[in-house]
Write a protein that binds this ligand. Sequence first.
Ligand code: MN
Ligand code: MN
Length: 297
Amino acid sequence: MSSDVDLDSEQYEKHREAGEILQTVREEAVDRIEVGASHLELVEHVESRIRELGGKPAFPMNVCIDEEAAHGTPSADDSSTFGEEMINIDIGVHVDGWIADSAVTVDLSGNDELVEASAAALDTAIEMAEPGIDTSVLGDVIGRTIEGYGYNPIVNLTGHGLGHYEQHTSPNIPNKKVPQGVTLEVGDVVAIEPFATDGRGKVTEGNEEEIFALETEGSVRNRQARQALEQITEEFRTLPFATRWLDVPRAEMTLRRLKQRNIVHGYPILKEKRGSLVSQKEHTIIITENGCEVTTR
Ligand code: MN
Ligand code: MN
């Protein structure tokens, strides 16, 4: 993006509006998390509050427990409640396709230092974010901050740019030093999201899959599949959605059908090794002339 970009334009105003809605619902979510509270009630509260406040969810609210790092969200019949666990919540809001993305850890397990590690890494990266900085430098400082606490950064998860109705665009913001970075410029909108763990520092795919997104437009004969595809293309476009968001009977079977035809793709849950814990913190920033503006804080 060129340096004559207008940071007061409608696009950036909508990024900010999405960020403000996100701050409100994130606070409400944190207040509701306690031992015995329901996962499903939490995400339904947050997602409906986003709509009440004039935004739309940019993706299903993620709820990840202990070794889970990303892409967890309750199914329509989920009955889980919170225990004395490490809980990561990740929320996305968009206003007319302009996105805010933010995550925080609520720790009910008594592991403050691990929570602090990802939070401190994010703070340091935000302080350094300015035009001309290389994303590899940010990754380096994130990784070293987390290691300074005696934990590992998760290196195969990264921050990312946010495009119009696109939740993951270039540039990646790595969580470690990488050989080749990208230079950030005024007007770039990026999410920075350090993950810290007492595990390996690498996530793998689990079996559960509750989040999907449109891959290519295609045609299907099955009535339910056609109906679902209509809802997906009109309502979610290319943004991720949850199985529980589909207004068709037997949504799971319908999604399997669409997946087999490569019309949608899934986001399997991403986990650290069993028995480990993961903390996460994420904010969305806009690169400005003098540094950056955090839209979600
Ligand atoms: Mn996120
Ligand atoms: Mn993100």
